[in-house]
Design a protein around this ligand. Structure first.
Ligand code: AMP
Ligand code: ZN
Length: 433
C-alpha cells in the first residue's frame, strides 16, 4: 500500500535536521520555563542549572523529571507558562487515586494536537471519505476530543457517539456507514460480542474498515481477536493527557510499533528504578518532554508506561522512531505470593485460547489468593460439565506456565462480567497483606 502523508516534510525529515529542531525547541522550552514557572525555577535552582547549560540533546539528562505527584500537587492551577488570557481548554486526568491533574491548552496547543492526530489518521490511510465513529468518552478525558478535532481536520465525517449504548452504536454504524472506529480494546471486544448476539456479521452487514484502539494496554492476541471479530484492521494508538492526549504515537500501515512524533516530543527510555537512560531496544519506562507546548510545557514526564524504542528505519519512510507496544505500567505490577506478575501476561494467555470469551477480571483477596474470572466465548459451552472442568484445568495450567503461580480459575457466561464505559478495571485487589 502506498503510504499517505499529512505533513510529509516534517514526517520524513532527515535525522540530523530533526534532532537540530528538537534541540532548538528544547532550549526555547527550558528558557520559557525558567522565566515563567515557579515549579521549574525551583527545580533548576536546586541543581544550579541555567538554560544555557542545555547545549546538546544529551544535556536533557541534566533536566529534572516531572512526576505524576508533581502534577497532582500543582492542581488546580497547573504548571502554566502563559497568562490566563491565553488558555483555551482544560482537561483533567484522574487516574485511579487521589487528586486529579489539571492540564491546560492554549489555542495553538489545541490546533497542534489536532494536527498530530491528523498525521496519525492519514498515515493509516484515512481520508475525507471516511466516517469516523468516536466511541471514546467525551468530556474532561482527552481521548475523544483530540481525536474528534484531528478527524475533522482530515475532513472525515465525525460521529461523536461516545462509549456505551451498543444498540445505538450499531444503528449509527448501519445508518451512516461508519468506516473507522475509535475505541478502547475492552469495549471493542465487548461490542464484537454484542454484534454476534444480534446475528450481525460486520464483514457482510457493516462498512467498517479500521479501528484505532488505545487508552489501555492490550496484547497482540487481543488485537488479532478484535480484527477477527469486528472485521477491521486494528491500529495501536498511544497517548496520555499529560502529553495532550492521543496522537503522541500511532501505528503506520506496517503495524510494527508506533511512530512517536519526535518533532513534538523528546523521547527517552529510562530504568524505572534508577531513572538512568537505557539504549534503544531495551525495555524501560517512557519519559517524554513536550517540545511545542505553549500553555503547559512539561519536562521529562515519567509516564510509567513500559516500552522500548525501535530505532531501525520504517518501510513507510517516516524518520520518527517507533515505540513498541506498551506492555504495562511500572506501577501495575502485581506481587502475588512473592511472584511479580503483569496483568498483560494473563491477558496474553487468555486471549490465545479460543474457548475464552471477551472479558476477564483478576481478583486478589484474602491472604494473597488470586482468582482469574474468565468469560466463555459465545457458543463455547456445549452443556457438558466435564468439558468445562477440562477447560478450567487447561487455563490454570497455561497461566501457571506463564506467571509461575496457579490462580483459581472461574468460568463465567458470555457477557456476564462487568464492563466499564471508560477504561477497563481488570484488577480488583482487596488483599489484607
Ligand atoms: P489518560 O491520561 O487518561 O489518557 O491515560 C493515559 C494512559 O493510558 C497512558 O499513560 C497509558 O498507561 C494508557 N494507554 C494509552 N494508550 C495506550 C495504548 N495504546 N497501549 C497501552 N496503554 C495505553
Ligand atoms: Zn512506519
Amino acid at each position: 500500500m502506498e503510504t499517505m502523508f499529512w505533513d510529509k516534510r516534517n514526517e520524513t525529515m532527515g535525522r540530523p535536521a530533526l534532532e537540530a529542531l528538537q534541540l532548538k525547541r528544547l532550549q526555547s522550552t527550558v528558557r520559557r520555563l525558567a522565566r515563567r514557572v515557579p515549579f521549574y525555577q525551583e527545580k533548576f535552582a536546586e541543581r544550579g542549572l541555567k538554560p544555557a547549560d542545555i547545549r546538546t540533546l544529551a544535556d536533557a539528562q541534566k533536566l529534572p523529571f516531572t512526576t505524576n505527584a508533581d502534577l497532582r500537587a500543582s492542581y488546580p492551577k497547573g504548571l502554566v507558562a502563559v497568562g490566563p488570557e491565553s488558555l483555551a481548554r482544560l482537561h483533567t486526568s484522574s487516574g485511579t487515586t487521589g487528586k486529579p491533574k489539571a492540564l491546560f491548552f492554549s489555542r495553538r496547543d489545541v490546533g497542534n494536537a489536532a494536527d498530530l492526530m491528523a498525521r496519525c489518521l492519514t498515515m493509516t490511510g484515512v481520508t475525507r471519505q471516511d466516517v469516523l465513529q468516536n466511541m471514546m468518552t467525551y468530556g474532561l478525558f482527552t481521548g475523544a476530543l483530540v481525536m474528534h478535532y484531528g478527524a475533522e481536520k482530515v475532513g472525515c465525517l465525525v460521529i461523536p457517539a461516545g462509549p456505551g449504548n451498543s444498540e445505538k452504536q450499531l444503528l449509527l454504524m448501519q445508518d451512516f456507514r461508519s468506516t473507522v472506529l475509535h475505541i478502547t480494546p475492552s469495549y471493542a471486544l465487548y461490542f464484537a460480542g454484542f454484534l454476534e448476539s444480534k446475528g450481525i456479521d460486520p464483514r457482510r452487514d457493516l462498512a467498517l474498515r479500521k479501528a484505532f484502539v488505545g487508552a489501555e494496554p492490550y496484547t497482540e492476541e487481543t488485537r488479532r481477536k478484535i480484527e477477527r471479530t469486528l472485521g477491521v484492521e486494528v491500529y495501536n494508538s498511544y497517548g496520555l493527557s499529560e502529553m495532550s492526549g492521543p496522537g503522541v504515537a500511532f501505528e503506520c500501515a506496517q503495524k510494527r510499533g508506533m511512530h512517536l512524533w519526535e518533532d513534538n516530543y523528546l523521547l527517552e527510555i529510562v530504568d524505572p528504578k534508577s531513572g538512568q537512560p537505557l539504549p534503544d531496544g531495551q525495555r524501560g519506562e517512557l519519559v517524554l518532554t513536550t517540545l511545542c507546548r505553549e500553555a503547559m510545557p512539561i519536562l521529562r514526564y515519567r509516564t510509567r508506561d513500559i516500552t522500548a524504542v525501535i530505532a531501525r528505519p520504517c518501510a513507510c519512510g517516516r524518520t520518527h522512531r517507533r515505540i513498541d507496544r506498551i506492555t504495562g505500567r511500572s506501577d501495575d505490577m502485581l506481587i502475588v505470593r512473592g511472584v511479580n506478575i503483569y496483568p498483560q501476561q494473563i491477558e496474553q494467555v487468555l486471549m490465545a485460547i479460543p474457548e475464552v470469551g471477551r472479558n476477564y477480571v483478576i481478583q486478589l483477596e484474602g491472604l494473597d489468593e488470586m482468582t482469574v474470572r474468565v468469560e466463555l466465548a459465545e457458543g463455547g459451552f456445549d452443556g457438558q460439565v466435564s468439558r468445562l472442568a477440562r477447560l478450567r484445568e487447561e487455563i490454570g495450567a497455561r497461566l501457571r506456565a506463564e506467571i509461575l503461580t496457579k490462580p483459581k480459575v472461574e468460568l463465567a457466561p458470555p457477557g456476564s462480567l462487568p464492563v466499564s464505559e471508560g477504561k477497563a478495571k481488570r484488577v480488583i485487589d482487596t488483599r489484607k497483606l
